[in-house]
Design a protein. Sequence first.
Length: 457
Amino acid sequence: MKGQNDLGNGKISSLVWRIALPSMLAQFIAVFYSIVDRIFIGQIPGEGALALAGAGVCGPVVTMVGSVAFLIGAGGAPLLSIKRGEGDVDSARAILANCFLMLCVFSVVLPAVILPLREPMLRLFGASDATYPYADAYFTIYLLGTPFALLASGLNQFIVCQGFASDGMKSVVLGAVLNIILDPVFIFVLHMGVRGAAIATVLSQLASCTYTLCFLFGKKPHIRITRGGYSFAIMRRVLTLGLSPFIIIALDNVMIIAMNAVLQRYGGAANGDALITCATITQSFMLVVTMPLGGITGGTQSILSYNYGAYQTDRVKQAQTYLFGLCLLFTGIMTIAAHTAGPLFVRLFTTDAHIAQMAFSAIKICTMALLPLGIQYEIIDGFTALGLVKLALPLSMWRKLVYFAAVFILPAVYGAEAVFYAEPISDVIAPLVSIFIYAKCIRGVLERRRALAPDHI
């Protein structure tokens, strides 16, 4: 397959870099894509701080809607790679066909269900009387573009998992560049404020969606979108395997929602909106860490899945060892960046000196334990790549449980701003458990897979 990485025979270190680098860069761009609205919104004359707080309330809800794309994409892509490794092309095609159908159905159902409930949802998630109009304006328009967002994000997984990481990156770059161009036009030139930011985002997602569909219906990919072969059994397997990454993303956003609600409660009428603005900036920086980190661990799942399917367990172990090192390198760099470039990052969002100082302090706190977080990501995504949701899901849930406990206990005892320590606490305790489980289980998992290999392998 010309132009495609040889997942089964290529040098592991080269494969990891060729797939991880564009996947990581794609997520870096996607982060910029997701926060560029906030940057421009924060600069709206006279109302930037309130508008930014309103967008911050929307952010986690919007991402929760988008997490459905990962439920299907991250569930179907490893299964497709495993089937390709086994040489079962027909099953691989059926998996992609079923995933495409599910994405289309969710694209219609989700906005239809959520739109009537948007006000109580946004109020529950931290919108005040002052910030609700901004949150409602952004959220309503964004929801109308849900089909483009889900198809672009979910189907992109099936481009990357076939070894076309650079093509997957092009889809994200197209949307990001268009968003950067359109945002100032709609927000400032046409004076549409947060509505303009939402419209720019929807149009950018439409462009990414169009590119992704053209690619997967075209001649370049090994497995293209086809009709037929629909099966509830396949859908159930996809949803079961995708449950772990879906819950990770969904609960990450529930955690942000919980933090916003706690900050509003303990910050009070005088300080609650300012703290949410601070949290919005801090959460944006954490996206700069976690999304590219997820690009490394999620984008390279195809290497693990394909070789696991081909019974080449030595290559699975070698690739994952290399990935652990890459994750540590990336999180180490981002820890340094948080302390050195944090003030520059904060100034992209606000010129308020008080909010800027609070946000920088929060960023330093939240990035205290990034190194173990990198290990956690690779363990979870590694187990998912091997189809081991029974291990990946409990380890994911454990980290969320620790975080939620800290979010509600710390501010009650030490005050609103103590909530930011929930991040490093969960980033230490959860990886310790994950490392122990991984060390106990991975050898047996790979040995059992190797024992199933046909005699000719």
